[in-house]
Design a protein around this ligand. Structure first.
Ligand SMILES: [Zn+2]
Length: 140
């Protein structure tokens, strides 16, 4: 589907029972991940119960919006009109929690393993807010 502003972005399901709190936090400008309330284990990707202690009690905790770049790849094959190539998919290790999250950057930016990254919140159609990652500016 193409409108006057170009093709529409593909949207995640943001009101799913398991992943909805991730997107609800993003709408508040927070990065939150699921944890087990019994043993504290990070549950990423979200799960109905804790695979370490078996508890069904979980909550969503705000985690740092900073991390370090683990790796990246440049996509050059166009798979959707709303995602022009080239673009770069990044994998970020979130500070202090052990989670690895994916983001994307336009083009072919100069990157280095371990460089500081920060989350930002991309506002898409229909009120969907998607956490994404970018390099921390050198002066910060
Ligand atoms: Zn647990």
């Amino acid at each position: 589907m193409t409108g006057p502003a170009g093709p529409s972005r593909l949207l995640p399901v943001d009101d799913d029972l398991d992943t909805g709190p991730f997107f609800a936090a993003a709408r508040r400008g927070e990065l939150a991940l699921q944890h087990c309330t019994a043993c504290g284990l990070l549950l990423h990707v979200p799960k109905a119960y804790c695979h370490r202690c078996g508890s069904w009690e979980t909550d969503w905790r705000v985690v740092p919006g900073r991390g370090s770049l683990l790796t990246w790849t440049v996509v050059t094959h166009q798979v959707h009109p709303a995602h022009p190539v080239p673009y770069t998919v990044v994998l970020v290790a979130v500070d202090g929690c052990g989670a690895h999250l994916v983001g994307s950057l336009p083009g072919r930016p100069e990157l280095a393993t371990g460089q500081p990254m920060e989350v930002w919140f991309e506002h898409l159609d229909h009120g969907v807010v998607l956490p994404n990652w970018r390099p921390v500016a050198p002066h910060e």
